[in-house]
Every structure is written in C-alpha cells, then in structure tokens.
Design a protein around this ligand. Structure first.
Ligand SMILES: NC(=O)c1ccc[n+]([C@@H]2O[C@H](COP(=O)([O-])OP(=O)(O)OC[C@H]3O[C@@H](n4cnc5c(N)ncnc54)[C@H](O)[C@@H]3O)[C@@H](O)[C@H]2O)c1
Length: 330
C-alpha cells in the first residue's frame, strides 16, 4: 500500500462502476488508479474524468503490484473469477452483488477464498446508509426493546433495460437481495420464507418470465417477522423506507426529501416543496450515498487493519460528516 492512500481499480465502467469510480475519486483516503472495461471508450471516458489509467483488459489492473483494492462491477457471471484472482494476488475486493446466480458456484467461491486474510466484501451498500445503520445500532442497543417486526420497502424509480433484467437472475436475486441482506443484518437466523410476485405494469418483464412487483415475508428463529415490499418502478422516485417495530417503541427511516422543511399552505402540508424531490428522484440514496460512506469507512479501516478480513459489515463505523453524494444513478 503506497503511503496512506488506498490505491483502487474499478473493473467494469457501467452503471454501478461509474458510481464507485466517482465515490473513490471523491474520497481523500483513496486513489482511483485504474478503470477497466472491454468497451475501451467507456473505460477511457470514466478514467479520464478522474485522472486514472484506462485499460480494456482487467488482467492488467490485477497485475499492478501497487494496487491495494479492486471493485468488481462487471456482469455477474464474471464475479467469481475476479474475486478469486484478486484474493490470490493479495488484493482486497469489493464485489458487486450477487456473487453468482448459481448457489453452487457462489459456495465454490467461498471455499476458494476460505482461510485467506485478504479483505473481501460484497456490495450490500444499504447496511452503510447512515440512517439505516443508526436504526440497526439502536435496535442492537435495545432502544425499542425486543424487535418484533421489521418492514422494508424498496422500489426502483424505473426498471433497468430488458437486456440487463434478462441476465439479472430475476427480481428476487437482483433487487430483493438488498432487502434480504438487510433482513439478515437485523435478524440473522431466518427460518421461514414466503414470497409472492405479480406482473402489474411491465409486459416486457412478464415476457422474460420475471415479476415487476413482489412481497416477501420472513420469520426468524425468535418468531420476529420481516415484511419486504419491492417493485421495479415508483412514480415518486427511489423509494427506500424501513420500520423497526419493537416491544418498547418503533424506529422509522423515510425517504430523503432533500429538505427538512415542513411546509403548510392552502394546498396542504408537506415535508418539502416538489422541486426538492428531484434529489430523491436522482437516487441520492441509497446507492451513491451509502457507497460513499462505505468507502469512507473502508479506506480508514484498510489503513488501520491492513491484514484484516472483511465480513459484512466489515468495518467499524462512525457517523459520517461529509455532504451527501451527488453521483449519478446506478
Ligand atoms: N449494489 C447495487 O445497488 C447495484 C446496482 C446496479 C448493479 N449492481 C451489480 O453490478 C454489476 C454490474 O451491473 P451494471 O448495472 O453496472 O451493469 P452494466 O452492464 O451497466 O455495466 C457492466 C460493465 O462491465 C463491462 N464488462 C463486461 N465484461 C467485462 C469484463 N469481463 N471485465 C470488465 N468489464 C466488463 C461492460 O462493458 C459494462 O460497461 C451486476 O452484478 C449488478 O448486479 C449492483
């Protein structure tokens, strides 16, 4: 590791790769060293924005002896190969979700890296959303007594392209996976799962044998329940809400309206004027926002514990003070 700056390469400069590249470049503890994408124009464009090197060949990035960490943002079927190769070379890995669409392949990846001390983290950014993290910590500290019911609502503003959705593994493995991760973050021992799906608004999604709207119920070993609501669209923007209900109270996280102003006029009462909602529609949270904080904590932890192995959540967390990310939507 060169000095105190973590040198990072991004593999894949598509939707989420661009979010990571922007957040790494904005982090004073990190340096975006490389951007790799077989679409070399894309690699050049993203690398050029932040003064990084571009290549069409990810192997060139992994061969850099000065690289500390790599962020794998390539299509899902390529993840396992890059994780294993990076770990073999001692390069820390943040890999986008999911590990793989096939459970046996994901398990073989876990076996391949078992015993390594190289830090590995999967891209479950919502745990790092400052508000959701705060609720998680409050629940753990007993602020609402015994957790009885966790409610997670997660709706995308609009569906991704059909080309993406076709190879995504379906809404459960592609979108609900974030909520399933959050559920297990609060209640690790899930013993029962019920799920329903519907096709309510997108014939294209129905045509690829996927759902556009789903509801999932989980039961933990303690009997506590989790309700997950997902949809591939939401007219109001990126909808990310959480409620933790316990024996001694409840904690809620609402959407980021971009303003704390509560306005009452003859038209009614609202938390923000409509114009402020554009920041919500720009998907400020949870992805770019929480990724920025994930990187802030990762850079600190990597410097403090260079030999540590990351599990989820891997690093000690401090409430961030930096301003919200203005990065583009993934
Ligand atoms: N955590 C999140 O919120 C989140 C959001 C979006 C996507 N994702 C995940 O990120 C991954 C990428 O999704 P995306 O939406 O950015 O896809 P994308 O198609 O927009 O981008 C993928 C990029 O990878 C490049 N690529 C293809 N093969 C490559 C290879 N072998 N090496 C390097 N680059 C290669 C493509 O040219 C493309 O530019 C997926 O696994 C997806 O599930 C996570």
């Amino acid at each position: 590791m060169a000095g105190t700056t973590v040198s990072i390469g991004v593999l894949g400069a598509g939707r989420i790769g661009r979010v990571h590249a922007a957040n790494i470049a904005a982090n004073p503890g990190a340096r975006l060293a490389w951007v790799a994408d077989p679409l070399i124009d894309t690699a050049n464009a993203v690398a050029g924005r932040y003064g990084a090197r571009a290549t069409g060949d990810p192997a060139e990035v992994l061969a850099d002896p000065d690289l500390d960490a790599v962020v794998v943002c390539t299509p899902t079927p390529t993840h396992v190969g890059y994780i294993i190769e990076a770990v073999r070379r001692g390069i820390a890995v943040l890999c986008e979700k999911p590990v793989d669409l096939d459970l046996a392949t994901a398990r073989s990846c876990r076996e391949a890296v078992a015993g390594s001390t190289v830090p590995i983290m999967m891209g479950f950014n919502r745990r790092f959303d400052p508000s959701m993290r705060e609720v998680r910590e409050a629940v753990a500290a007993g602020a609402i007594g015994t957790l009885e019911h966790l409610t997670l609502i997660s709706r995308d503003p609009a569906p991704a392209s059909l080309a993406y959705l076709e190879q995504s593994g379906g809404i459960f493995k592609d979108q609900s996976i974030h909520d399933l991760d959050m559920a297990r973050n609060f209640l690790p021992d899930i013993v029962e799962v019920t799920a329903h799906g519907s096709n309510l608004f997108d014939a294209g999604i129905a045509g690829i044998d996927d759902f556009d709207t789903v509801a999932i119920t989980l039961r933990s070993v303690s009997g506590a329940l989790v309700t997950i609501t997902n949809a591939r669209h939401c007219a109001a923007g990126h909808d990310q809400r959480l409620e933790a209900f316990g024996s001694a109270g409840l904690l809620e996280v609402g959407n980021d309206t971009g303003s704390l102003v509560r306005r009452s006029t003859a038209d009614g009462t609202g938390t923000a004027p409509r114009s402020s909602r554009s920041s919500w529609n720009a998907m400020r949270r949870p992805t770019p926002w929480s990724w920025r904080h994930s990187w802030a904590s990762s850079a600190r932890a990597r410097r403090r514990h260079p030999g540590s192995r990351m599990a989820s959540p891997p690093w000690s967390w401090r409430r961030p003070r930096c301003s919200p990310c203005a990065g583009s939507a993934p």
